[in-house]
Design a protein around this ligand. Structure first.
Ligand code: FES
Ligand SMILES: [Fe+2]
Length: 452
């Protein structure tokens, strides 16, 4: 067990650097964070048909996500109950059964052990096949087409776990009838602790115009990069901490004209900007007028492993799979409205890949910074001084329209404070009964609310 020394001082905005590098912390994270929280495991569009399956991970555990013949969704540990081989190996496909390639035990896509070679002859008919189905997740549920699961039967409902984050998820993933589809993933392994990208996407907008400045200049032309005093003083930015470690950065403009101007700065692709304008009437009906025509999502993280960026125009979705304290396997998808015309889907895929594909001009900037920040946890001297996440401390407030505790600035570290405070609580909790879930406040104006 991790010793009792406090790791996150949320009152003062200080963080122990060793949380990224210590093996015992990592092992406890696998058990208490990845073993207990609701984790994002896939999207409806990845298994659209009966008997579809898709492989993923929950923490380091390999998982099969299946849709059975009746259309019900399941998730199982991808581990043969005999000696432990993986029973499914293709990344995705369509199969009623999964046969282990070692000795041939075969499981249905509902997780039942349906065939054992030599059951009568070699096992003398004595094997209790009913008790040897695949290990199932304890709970599985969807929100706006996003599929989440947890290994913990005590975890609160997905709706309570997401809390007010649901409102922002709708804005990102539930804009049109049919929701989104995910294209991808691209996969790569980075030399950084999983918490760095998750915290970055929860709302580290501070880094954007330093870390990515040269990429902005290359992408949009040096004359179109705003000066830093403008960047650090945005009129319309908000950093939302809806609880449970989730963090979301967004902008809410006063008028649709301001919203349009902001959109024009996002990209030079006329086809995408025209598309965004064309879908606003439908979005207004589904999400409410202000949400659809004045709210521009920037980034977000659903604790611990799902992140997204620029849901309008760009649509990058991430899963962070921990691979030891010092490595993270990144799965990167492009999210596209299912109902969009094909030329819009193509344009968005290209725009997203150029920017945030694994060799995208923005993507490459972040990773070496995350590696070096992670490695500061190894420094004997560095560990004597805490990491500083004090920006905006004490300025948290609420808003009459945007749900959730927030800070009226999108350049702040309030999301990081929310992320790490929950992380330490989750790490130390003996069970879910030690954890306090933030009550939801969101009031929905549209029709695209729960369970898209
Ligand atoms: S390990 Fe799967 S059948 Fe033996
Ligand atoms: Fe970045």
């Amino acid at each position: 067990m991790v010793d009792q020394k406090q790791l996150v001082d949320n009152q003062r905005g200080l963080l122990d650097r060793s949380i990224y590098t210590r093996e015992e912390i990592y092992q406890q994270e696998l058990e208490h964070v990845f073993g207990r929280m609701w984790l994002f495991i896939g999207h409806d569009s990845q298994i659209p048909n009966p008997n579809d399956f898709s492989l993923t991970y929950m923490g380091e555990d390999p998982v099969i996500l299946t849709r059975d013949a009746k259309g019900e969704v399941h998730a199982f540990l991808n581990m043969c109950m005999h000696r432990g081989n993986r029973v499914a190996r293709a990344d995705d496909g369509n199969a009623k059964n999964f046969m282990c390639t070692y000795h041939g035990w075969t499981y249905s896509n509902e997780g039942k052990l349906v065939s054992v070679p030599g059951l009568q002859e070699a096992y003398y008919g004595e094997l209790d096949v009913d008790k040897l189905g695949l290990v199932s997740v304890a709970q599985i549920d969807t929100y706006a087409g996003l599929i989440f699961a947890t290994w913990d039967a005590q975890a609160p409902s997905l709706e309570d776990y997401l809390g007010d984050a649901r409102w922002y998820l709708d804005n990102a993933f539930n804009r049109r009838e049919g929701g989104i589809e995910l294209i991808g993933p691209e996969k790569w392994v980075g030399q950084f602790n999983w918490k760095f990208p998750a915290d970055n996407f929860s709302g580290d907008n501070y880094h954007v115009h330093i870390n990515h400045r040269s990429a902005f200049m290359a992408r949009f032309g040096s004359g179109n990069v705003p000066p830093l005093d403008v960047v650090y003083n945005p009129d319309h930015g908000y950093s939302v901490s809806p609880g449970q470690g989730h963090g979301i950065a967004t902008r809410l403009y006063d008028t649709e004209e301001q919203f349009d101007i902001a959109f024009n700065q996002l990209g030079d692709s006329k086809i995408l900007i025209d598309y965004e304008r064309s879908i606003r009437p439908e979005m207004t009906k589904r999400l409410g007028e202000r949400n659809a025509t004045r709210q521009q999502g920037i980034v977000g993280t659903i604790f611990p492993n799902l992140s997204w960026l620029w849901p309008q125009v760009n649509g990058t979705v991430r899963i962070w799979h921990p691979r030891g304290p010092l490595h993270t396997e990144v799965w990167s998808y492009v999210a596209i409205d299912k109902a969009a015309p094909q030329e819009v889907k193509d344009a968005q895929r290209r725009f997203s890949m150029v920017s945030f594909g694994n060799s995208g001009i923005f993507e490459q900037d972040d990773m070496d910074n995350w590696r070096q920040c992670t490695e500061s946890g190894f420094s004997q001297v560095g560990r004597r001084v805490p990491q500083n996440i004090t920006m905006g401390l004490g300025h948290e407030t609420t808003h009459d329209y945007l749900p959730g505790p927030l800070l009226k600035h999108d350049i702040t570290e309030s999301s990081q404070r929310g992320f790490y405070a929950w992380w330490e609580e989750a790490l130390r909790a003996k069970s879910w009964s030690d954890l306090k879930v933030t009550p939801k406040t969101a009031k929905y104006e549209g029709t695209a609310t729960f369970k898209g």
